[in-house]
Design a binder for this molecule. Structure first.
Ligand code: ADP
Length: 486
């Protein structure tokens, strides 16, 4: 939690640098440790091998004098051989298996070295036994902090009768190991430091296009919404980001323009009836209002209240205030109730209405319920059916079909009216959009019914779209509304 808080305050440039340092540093650390360990082990092995060869050479020089005593003549060693220890400081002794020291070479002082366990191991057939000598307090002139000790059988019997014990200082090996360790101790942090610097500058380079995008977006003001970001010719995330931001700017510009258009259209729709009423009322100052004038005034008041009511519904749904009551609804019942409401309008124009229910198989006569607001769904269907009746010629046919399957239901409202001009199938859902055609404009309307229907469809996670029938020879339009089953 606390770490998240800190991380969220660090810039991406630093975050990338820290992440890279952590990953690279850990990898380098592990690699350095493993390599140092490997080197240490191979140097120690080489050291033991040399000590073994030294013991073999010494064994060859052991002689028996005429009295039967063992003589350890000063080692005559091959000078061409290089040993990783100082030969002059080697401590050598021959020991009988009883423990008696038979011969000694070197400045041992009062130092006693163990032999029992080592003799047991040699008795089991080990070629040589190596131990460490760390307590050197009895050695008069120790050459290093620890000595390596080899216990080597002089004869072939098991257990051997005689063993050669050679102790040599570890100083050369210790120095070699310390040298290599130092190389790692300084080398690895230096490499990591260099990598941090590089990653910091590389992260800055990688972030440069994003920073420039940020300052360009910052400079786009409300009056300059047509400005766009340059899209690099690369195929990377930066291009994707600027393309996405440009698409978002497209949407914002469109929304901004349609908002401006909406305000202009709404003002026009409200002003027209108001100026008509003003004219009528002004005239009433000169002579009393005729029944016709009063009628016209009342008609304009009706227009005004319909527009204002529709605008209110849209505005409330836009900000989510409209109290939406979601519950299981039998959608076909909603359609039936709308048909009852529009019956008189259909009769007036002598229009026949057909309603067809079509399930996935003939046994299923009733669709499953949908999750929705009954009143709002009623308004949606009413707006579609009312339009179909409004824009159809008298004595024509309006057909409704409700199809459903396991997942969704689709209502289609078809008429034989003028249809929707090609290319306007989407635009007619915009607020105040009416097709500029005499056959349309003669029917009363304000261009708000479909935008309300679209809004209701969106609230129900549905889909609402229009098609025209020009392609099939006859004119007319098709409105489809799809809603998921509840
Ligand atoms: P109104 O019907 O009040 O004009 P709508 O929002 O309901 O507003 O419809 C917007 C426009 O879509 C209509 O003015 C008309 O041009 C077109 N339209 C809607 N329904 C139909 C239809 N059934 N046939 C032809 N055009 C239609």
């Amino acid at each position: 939690m606390f770490l998240n808080k800190i991380i969220s305050r660090i810039s991406i440039r630093w975050r990338l640098t820290i992440l890279f340092t952590l990953v690279f540093g850990t990898a380098m650390g592990l690699y350095g440790y493993a390599t140092a360990e490997f080197l240490r082990k191979s140097l120690a092995k080489e050291f033991d091998d040399s000590l073994f060869n030294y013991a073999v050479d010494l064994t060859d020089q052991i002689t028996l004098d005429p009295e039967g005593d063992l003589l350890l003549s000063p080692p005559q060693l091959d000078r061409a051989k290089i040993y990783p220890f100082y030969l002059g400081t080697a401590l050598i002794q021959i020991r009988h298996k009883s423990g008696t020291v038979l011969s000694k070479e070197g400045n041992w002082g009062s130092l006693e070295i163990p032999y029992k366990t080592e003799l047991d191991r040699l008795a089991k057939g080990e070629e040589a036994v190596y131990t460490m000598l760390e307590d050197l307090s009895d050695l008069p002139t120790p050459e290093s902090a620890s000595y390596r000790l080899i216990h080597f059988p002089i004869d072939n019997s098991l257990p051997p009768h005689l063993i050669l014990q050679v102790a040599v200082p570890m100083s050369i090996l210790e120095n070699q190991i310390a040298d290599r360790r130092r190389a790692f101790q300084f080398g690895i942090p230096a490499v990591i430091g260099f990598a941090i610097l590089c990653s910091y500058f590389l992260a800055a380079r990688a972030m440069r296009p994003i920073n420039s995008m940020v300052s360009q977006v910052r400079n786009i003001r409300a009056q300059e919404l047509s400005r766009r970001l340059p899209e690099p010719v690369t195929h990377d995330e930066i291009r994707l980001l600027s393309v996405t931001l440009n698409q978002m700017l497209d949407r914002i510009e469109r929304a901004f323009l349609s908002q401006e258009k909406f305000i202009a259209d709404a003002s026009h729709q409200l002003l027209t009836p108001l100026s008509i009423m003003k004219g009528v009322l002004e005239a009433s100052g000169k002579q009393p209002l005729s029944t016709e004038s009063t009628q016209s005034c009342l008609q304009e008041v009706d227009h005004l209240s319909v527009v204002v009511q529709n605008l209110l519904v849209l505005a409330r749904m836009d900000i989510g205030v409209e109290s939406i009551v979601m519950a299981p609804v039998q959608f076909q019942e909603v359609v039936f109730s709308v048909l009852r409401k529009t019956e008189s309008l259909a009769k007036k124009k002598n229009i026949r209405i057909k309603f067809n229910l079509q399930g996935p198989n003939p046994q299923e006569l009733e669709p499953p319920p949908v999750q929705g607001d009954e009143a709002l769904l009623g308004t949606l269907v009413f707006n579609l059916v009312e339009n179909a009746l409004k824009y159809s010629d008298p004595s024509s046919l309006v057909e409704l079909a409700l199809k459903w399957d396991k997942r969704r239901q689709q209502l289609t409202v078809m008429d034989l009216g003028p249809g929707i001009p090609k290319g306007l199938e989407t635009e007619i859902f915009d607020r105040f959009r009416r097709v500029d055609q005499a056959s349309i404009l003669k029917a009363p309307g304000y261009g708000l019914g479909l935008s309300i229907a679209r809004k209701i469809s969106d609230v129900h996670q549905g889909k609402l779209w229009a098609e025209n029938r020009h392609s099939s020879g006859t004119s007319g339009s098709l409105f489809h509304f799809e809603i998921p089953n509840g």
